[in-house]
Design a protein around this ligand. Structure first.
Ligand code: NAG
Ligand code: NAG
Ligand code: NAG
Length: 400
């Protein structure tokens, strides 16, 4: 299936050779087979070995060592290879959260199409054809395990479960990865989840629904907070054990820590002390952290602290991952569409690829209902599409 898609993509790309590449589009890089001539007014600039881009007003370059800063008159600043030098490890997982099924969390169960929605297949298509491969699918535990029929120990709501399965199969059927994300902050039906055995059994039951799809990723819980790190660790370890006991042994598991799983507070929150002991019998686990670049790290402001804040906020977590011989995934990153933020995101992704301990990153967020939220990257014209996508994310393709 995958090889059919790939050879078809190559055939389509080579058949399009009469066209030139639009401004900000890719025009070169290792294994790139598309067009290399840019639309007039722009030139093909080598940003790194993997990615050359059509930049308005630039002088064409042929090697990363001779890249010149573009003389663009727009407010956007193009990435320069100088911000990300040295050897880098390609991401294994790079993409977006596809938000929507967790909307309307005050409305349980809520009405599909009114209170919540499933992601759009066309949005998945858009990112996959751009070269991204991983999609995180937030959903609500109270909708899949309704409190009215037994909650976490009762049966799944088949309609909502089928909605989740439909978008997951759509993604994995195209060769992508789908991270299923109970977006509950470790709170179920108003109560903080505290029973490791209940959490373990719930994950065993849910993972058994996806046991045959190796491209599903189990993201055990979104952003626990106001719970001691050691307690969250024990719940996450129970979740890992539950997933594996379902027979789902080939899939990756992502675990999150307390304090909204922030990378910048990973050690100060206690997560660093607790999570070094996490064990996966199948040895296929990553620590998922989140990082925003505004002053309080919440992703609610489009103003970044500085153009270097991305790399700075990840440094301690990167050192911790290395020290514990663990891999990380930045499950949420987001920032505004302005020069400082674009550079800050580039710096974060650069630091991650240089470190070799980060498997990937996901932008927060795509999804059909974000409207004009500044971080929305939903095609065709979410606010992050025009600058963040080409300048801050695409230079860090391809995925391995
Ligand atoms: C380029 O293609 C070759 C052959 O398929 C592959 O081995 C290599 O990993 C690819 N390089 C990149 C950066 O994708
Ligand atoms: C997984 O595959 C096995 C063997 O084909 C099958 O019996 C089982 O029902 C499948 N499980 C799911 C959830 O599709
Ligand atoms: C990370 O933070 C911890 C605790 O604050 C500190 O002990 C450690 O030295 C820091 N590591 C790095 C690499 O900055």
């Amino acid at each position: 299936m995958k090889s059919v898609i790939l050879s078809l993509a190559v055939a389509l790309t080579s058949a399009r050779c009469a066209f030139s590449v639009a401004v900000w589009g890719q025009c070169g890089g290792v294994n790139y087979t598309g067009d290399t001539v840019c639309d007039s007014g722009s030139a093909c600039v080598v940003l790194n070995d993997f990615y050359s881009q059509c930049i308005p007003g630039a002088t064409a370059t042929t090697s990363s060592t001779t890249t010149t800063r573009p003389t663009s008159t727009t407010t956007s600043t193009a990435p320069s290879s100088s911000i990300c030098s040295g050897s880098r490890t390609a991401f294994k997982h790079f993409g977006v959260s596809e938000s929507g099924a967790e909307f309307g969390n005050g409305k349980i169960p809520g009405v599909l199409g009114t209170d919540y929605t499933w992601p759009s297949p066309s949005s998945v298509d858009y990112f996959m054809s751009a070269g991204f491969n991983t999609f995180r699918i937030p959903f609500l535990m109270e909708r899949i395990s309704p409190p009215s029929t037994g909650g976490m120990t009762g049966p799944f709501d088949q309609t909502y479960l089928n909605g989740l399965k439909t978008i997951v199969s759509y993604i994995t059927g195209k060769g992508g990865y789908a991270a299923i994300d109970p977006h509950n902050y470790m709170i179920f039906n108003g109560q903080t989840i505290s029973s490791t055995s209940t959490f373990q059994a719930w994950w065993k039951a849910l993972a058994s629904q996806f046991v045959n799809d190796s491209h599903v990723i189990f993201d055990l819980q979104n952003e626990p907070h106001d719970i001691p790190a050691q307690t969250v660790f024990q719940l996450m370890q129970a979740g890992v054990n539950g997933v594996r006991s379902s027979g789902a042994t080939s899939q990756m598991i992502w675990v999150e820590g307390t304090s909204w799983t922030g990378a910048w507070t990973w050690t100060s929150s206690g997560n660093g002390d607790a999570f070094g002991a996490i064990k996966d019998p199948n040895n296929n686990l990553a620590i998922e952290m989140h990082q925003y670049l505004d002053s309080d790290g919440s992703g609610t402001s489009g103003t970044c602290v500085s153009s270097t804040i991305g790399a700075e906020r990840l440094q301690n977590a990167t050192a911790w991952l290395k020290a514990h011989n663990l891999k990380g995934v930045l499950g949420e990153i987001g920032a505004g569409s302005n020069t400082a933020c674009i550079q800050a995101v580039q710096g974060a992704l650069c630091e991650m690829q240089q470190s070799g301990v980060w498997l990937g990153a996901l932008w927060w967020a795509a999804g059909p209902w974000w409207g004009d939220y500044f971080q929305s990257i939903e095609p065709p014209n979410g606010p992050a599409i025009s600058q963040i996508l080409p300048q801050a994310l695409k230079p860090f393709l391809p995925v391995a």
